[in-house]
Ligand binder design. Sequence first.
Ligand SMILES: NC(=O)c1ccc[n+]([C@@H]2O[C@H](COP(=O)([O-])OP(=O)(O)OC[C@H]3O[C@@H](n4cnc5c(N)ncnc54)[C@H](O)[C@@H]3O)[C@@H](O)[C@H]2O)c1
Length: 277
Amino acid sequence: MTQPAKQPTLAFIGAGNMARAIIGGLLKTGFPADRIWASEPALDRMDDLKAQGLNTTDDNAVAVKNADLIVLAVKPQLLKEVLLPLQSAASTEDKLFVSVAAGITCDSINQWLGGQQAIVRCMPNTPALVGMGASGLYANAQVSEEQKTQADSVLSAVGITAWVDEESLLHAITAVSGSGPAYYFLFMESMISAGIKQGLSREVATQLTLQTARGAAEIACTNDSTPAELCRQVASPKGTTEQAILSFQSQQLDQVVENAMAACADRSHELAKLLGE
Ligand SMILES: NC(=O)c1ccc[n+]([C@@H]2O[C@H](COP(=O)([O-])OP(=O)(O)OC[C@H]3O[C@@H](n4cnc5c(N)ncnc54)[C@H](O)[C@@H]3O)[C@@H](O)[C@H]2O)c1
């Protein structure tokens, strides 16, 4: 992690999957555990975090008061009821809020916090759990360069970061990388099922599918060739792969993927409207 000039004290409001992935990454990079607060309604669910040296509380306002950078990591459906009681804790100092909640806009968050707070919206993904996350980030006008660097450092602890200048692009980022891991898992499941139908045991089909996914991702990430070129390198003319590719194309794989990602982005828009009032 690139250490910012001033290392902030962090608070995680909600210590579920995404928060824990980020906390784990931060600790691995040497971020001091005693500069992290974690807040959950049930204290005993954070015994492991406390054992690692984090400050834990069941009072979100305490965590917010103690922190410079607050990661909002509750479900989008809960964000409003979590933020409304935090207005006075939030407004006392110059704090940065980093929201990972899908869909919810900076305007909604500011409306609930009752001010003009510095807000970074972030769309991370679950590969953050293994330090291979991909996070899209957007900063509102109140965010200073130093705060932007701090937010980037937190998310860089669990993978790569990409900033966008338009908040609305977070819908597309959700469709690409936020939800993206699920598409690959689904495809793996389909390949395993098809392998079993062709006579392989579940164990062998799973082993070969997962290693193939890992290997293909590694080549795509380390090679200068585009995925389309890498595909051509596997598919010998008049060979076996070509037939599989032709089958995918005849069923309009591009269109299937485009439709699925449009549905994902539409839901992100919808969540912003439904939950943002
Ligand atoms: N899981 C993903 O793939 C993913 C990807 C990108 C973004 N996100 C976003 O991350 C956020 C968290 O998702 P998650 O998968 O970690 O969910 P999660 O359910 O694992 O974590 C949410 C946590 O919030 C806690 N919580 C509930 N009420 C609370 C309250 N009043 N105060 C404090 N904490 C409270 C819950 O106990 C839980 O531990 C969501 O907004 C989601 O949109 C998730």
